[in-house]
Design a protein around this ligand. Structure first.
Ligand code: APR
Length: 310
């Protein structure tokens, strides 16, 4: 039997994730939205692309949670995106209520599933989903670090005129201005970029990574990024359903790891069939450690704010 992947929210991120996931034949897809007709229409349109694009998974659009029953993975993208002038944190009141409601319904039908949370502000929404679901922590994972890292990788690749596939990067911490890109551990074919680029260039690339989402929001004006976020979802789904055990930066529950003390924050993890199978502990320099702690403080303040809606 093929894996079953449900995507809640058939908007820009959700529908594009369905597209990427289908294009890789990763599993049968259920696309659910509160709006009537939208998930059904998008699912049908995507299904019609199958014979041409070379995929043959089933794709169902629906407004009924019963259709998500026994999903292996549920991806939560429902909620509002930001507009120019807004930070991700400004979305918290609206999106906390949506993620709470959606999680309650999802877990009723897929109690053994793995949750991938995408809705922003991400760090707080993962906390909401984990609390409401009561799922073991290794089955609640936020998508953020892969996206931030792919933005960083792309910037480096453009600068060095190489393929982004050959660039490896880690971005830790919260998903926002307090994220922690780690240039020291960023490599091109194993060679540290600190030997290939000037400190000024690296600083500029780090800043552009931090502001990548905002740059796109300001260009789009009506919403936020979705191609790269959806590709990041696909990467996570691929590693889980195919048990690839890839090391990916994700927002996961850290207890004693990185001295976090019980919060969801971005760190490198091994993703496989069981969800988070290992948290990879990198040796951080004092400067990196301090930046990570600052990021953790931001996560804590977001979690406090989110708790008002639980
Ligand atoms: N249940 C199901 N779907 C819902 C609900 C709900 N309670 N509330 C909203 N939705 C749906 C909307 O109807 C819409 O189709 O979520 C979808 C969101 O789609 P978009 O508005 O296109 O937003 P998108 O760009 O996909 O971003 C979604 O992901 O990256 C984050 O910051 C982004 O929080 C935002 C989320």
């Amino acid at each position: 039997m093929r894996p079953k992947i449900s995507i809640i929210g058939a908007g820009n991120v959700g529908a594009t994730a369905a597209h990427w996931i289908a294009s890789r034949n990763l599993g049968d897809i259920v696309l659910l939205d509160i709006l009537e007709g939208i998930p059904q229409g998008k699912a049908m349109d995507l299904l019609h692309a199958g014979p041409l694009a070379g995929f043959d998974v089933s794709i169902l659009g629906t407004n009924e949670y019963a259709d998500t029953k026994n999903s292996d993975i549920v991806v939560v993208t429902s909620g509002i995106p930001r507009k120019p002038g807004m930070s991700r944190d400004d979305l918290i009141a609206t999106n906390a209520k949506i993620v709470k409601e959606v999680t309650e319904k999802v877990v009723k039908y897929s109690p053994q599933g793995i949750l991938i949370i995408v809705t922003n502000p991400l760090d707080a929404m993962v906390h909401v989903a984990a609390t409401v679901s009561g799922f073991p922590k290794h089955r609640v994972i936020g998508m953020a670090g892969i996206l931030d890292a792919t933005r960083f990788r792309t910037g480096i690749a453009q600068e060095l005129h190489v393929s982004g596939k050959d660039v490896d990067a880690f971005v830790l911490g919260s998903h926002g201005d307090a994220m922690v890109p780690l240039p020291r551990l960023c490599t091109l074919n194993g060679k540290p970029i600190t030997r290939l680029l000037t400190p000024e260039k690296i600083h500029a690339l780090v800043e552009r990574t931090r502001k990548g989402g905002e740059e796109i929001v300001n260009l789009l004006k009506t919403g936020s990024a979705y191609y790269a976020p959806a590709a990041a979802i696909m990467d996570m789904v691929d590693s889980i359903v195919n048990d690839k055990k890839k090391t990916l930066c994700c927002t996961v529950y850290c207890g004693k790891e990185y001295n976090v003390g019980g919060f969801f924050i971005g760190v490198p993890v091994k993703l496989g069939k069981k969800g988070v199978e290992e948290i990879i502990e990198l040796q951080l320099t004092t400067e990196e450690h301090d930046a990570f702690q600052k990021s953790l403080e931001h996560v804590k303040s977001l979690v406090n704010a989110a708790d008002n809606f639980l």
